[in-house]
Design a protein around this ligand. Structure first.
Ligand code: SAM
Length: 345
């Protein structure tokens, strides 16, 4: 794929920006580029099923992402499955690095990875134009970590990946940890020290009912209040102000300003009212909410030969119908038909 000059979409008026019927402006797109994964995290996959959905060509993802950017998307996060498994990733990032938002800024380009292949890829990813990375890591001791990933040797690979990403300048480097009571909730305090020692942002995320099996219960969720209370017993936490109204993480630093902790609490303190996000699955379906019961076959419309303008209309109409909020924990709540690994976390 040839790399040419930046592509701007400033001809599109602000009236064309994506909004939904609840008055939210949508400027954040998550794109899954594969639903294959090299880990079998116990809270995510049963280990019995592998990839379930087809992948598009890299050029097809690029065309669809460009359409979203021309409608006001400012931030694109590549995910999966495990995105580092996907051939063509570096070429895709190079092309996305050329895109400009409606206001003429470079796209905010990020990637979520389990970090297993990151040691060798961090520098090439940075050179291709990736700005930031988030690495998932659910324990800071090797035995607990490998009990969760079910891959021997994975802890040292991920640690090396984290250090390589930080050295390559994929910063601020965020580490996402999903906490489950009885699995890894003994790691909370150690993660606070890890944030300081490794100079990374550690974000704890409440477990959501998006697993392949049937593990989720309200009791397995470790709520934000408990995390804050437990870290506060060993280190003094200093709250950081929100950078914008849509910020999903409640952020804290420590008394000496070294290290940062964030807590994302979609279950106990849902932030749907400020949601600015839609998702594109690896097979080209739009999901307007993690918990959507319906998917919208954007790729099907593209394959049928629709023009860019027709596809833009389809995207805009679809996003208008974005759900007001999720209903986790309410009577009648239904898990979506796809689990997290197949949606794109
Ligand atoms: N393979 C990449 C990785 O590990 O970061 C990207 C995909 S993974 C599905 C994205 C994130 O979703 C990971 O941080 C993972 O821990 C998180 N995740 C998976 N299942 C979850 C659940 N049920 N609730 C909350 N987060 C979940």
């Amino acid at each position: 794929m040839a790399v040419a000059s930046p592509i701007a979409f400033s001809a599109v008026t602000s009236a064309a920006r994506l909004t939904d019927s609840h008055g939210r402006v949508i400027h954040d797109l998550r794109v899954s580029i594969t639903d294959r994964c090299n880990y079998k995290c116990v809270y995510c996959r049963t280990g019995e099923v592998g990839a379930q959905y087809p992948e598009l060509d890299i050029e097809e993802y690029l065309r669809l992402i460009k359409l979203f950017v021309s409608l006001g998307i400012e931030k694109v996060r590549l995910t999966g499955g495990e995105p580092l498994l996907r051939p063509g990733l570096l070429e895709l990032i190079k092309e996305l690095g050329r895109l400009r938002t409606l206001s003429g800024e470079p796209l905010d380009l990020a990637l979520t990875t389990n970090g297993h292949l990151l040691e060798g890829l961090a520098a090439p990813l940075k050179a291709a134009g990736l700005q930031r990375a988030t690495v998932s890591m659910d324990a800071v001791d090797a035995p607990t970590f490998e009990r969760i990933t079910r891959v021997p040797g994975s802890f040292n690979k991920v640690l090396a990946g984290i250090r390589a990403a930080r050295n390559a300048g994929l910063t601020p480097l965020k580490i996402n940890c999903v906490l489950l009571r009885g699995f890894n909730d003994d790691q909370i305090e150690s993660f606070a020290h890890f944030a300081r020692e490794e100079d990374v942002v550690v974000r704890f995320i409440e477990f959501m009912p998006l697993e392949e099996g049937r593990l989720w219960t309200p009791e397995i969720v470790v709520p934000m209040a408990e995390i804050v209370e437990r870290i506060g017993r060993v280190l003094q936490l200093v709250p950081l102000p929100a950078r914008d109204a849509g910020e999903t993480a409640r952020r804290f630093t420590f008394a000496d300003g070294r290290g940062e902790i964030g807590i994302i609490a979609p279950v106990t303190q849902a932030f749907c009212g400020a949601c600015s996000r839609v998702r594109l699955t690896s097979d080209g379906k739009i999901r307007t909410c993690l918990f959507s019961q319906v998917e919208h076959d954007l790729y099907g419309h593209m394959r049928a030969g629709e023009s860019d303008n027709e596809l833009r209309d389809y995207i805009a109409r679809t996003v208008q119908g974005k759900e007001a909020r999720h209903h986790i924990g309410e009577p009648g709540f239904l898990k979506p038909s796809r689990s997290m690994v197949h949606i794109g976390g």
